[in-house]
Design a protein around this ligand. Structure first.
Ligand code: GAR
Length: 209
């Protein structure tokens, strides 16, 4: 049997995607263990869930560091203390410096609430409504130094409804994120994913997608 893969998840707030991943790992008995949940904010709601699950938690507060470089250096030390095979950004609201991202090249995933490359950055649901697109969604991608870019692992499409508000759209996308992200992380831990010329190849069978 393949060795257990070790996952560290980074959050900044609610942590609902993190919860979905933790639950899927348990109920689907992934060959993986959640080694730690790390937050850049001590008051992140998701830390309570992690602690209640008995998962180690750590806080590296960006406000304690004078600049991004020093914050990222401290963050890297804490992450590497857990020796992860995979680092999962789940609502982690910090722009990471290139050296940090490159250190985790090919083993750091992010979820972004839009169909990338459309609408990188903040307020994606507002951007979608303003653009008048008829479909929106979410993307899981490998992290590269360019914000909200990087090889795409999976996407989910959500129809934009006539009477959608930013909140209603966000809510429907979030429900889909909770299905999409655990699936993508599972493919990684099962060694299904490879990157070739910036494209992700997935060896999972159709019924496993
Ligand atoms: C999620 O919608 C995630 O896609 C988004 O923040 C939310 C976090 O919710 N991430 C980004 O916007 C990253 N640029 P959660 O803490 O409940 O998972």
């Amino acid at each position: 049997m393949r060795a257990m893969r070790s996952i560290v998840i980074l959050i900044s707030g609610r942590g609902s995607n993190m919860q979905a991943i933790v639950r899927a790992a348990q109920t689907e008995q992934w060959p993986a263990r959640i080694a730690a949940i790390i937050s850049n904010r001590a008051d992140a709601e998701g830390l309570k869930f992690a602690a209640a699950q008995g998962i180690p938690t750590a806080v590296v507060a960006n406000k304690d560091y004078p600049d991004r470089e020093q914050f990222d250096a401290a963050l890297r030390l804490v992450i590497d203390g857990f020796a992860p095979d995979l680092v999962v950004l789940a609502g982690f609201m910090r722009i990471l410096t290139a050296p940090l991202v490159e250190h985790y090249a090919g083993r750091m995933l992010n979820i972004h609430p839009s169909l990338l490359p459309s609408f990188p950055g903040m307020a994606t649901h507002r951007q979608a409504l303003q653009a008048g697109v008829k479909v929106h969604g979410a993307t899981v991608h490998f992290v590269t130094p360019m914000l909200d870019h990087g090889p795409i692992v999976a996407q989910v499409v959500v129809a934009v409804l006539e009477d959608d508000t930013e909140q209603s759209l966000e809510q429907r996308v979030l429900v889909e994120e909770h299905q999409l992200y655990p699936r993508a992380v599972r493919w990684f831990v099962e060694n299904r994913l490879s990157i070739e010329d910036g494209r992700v190849h997935n060896s999972a069978a159709p019924h496993e997608r």
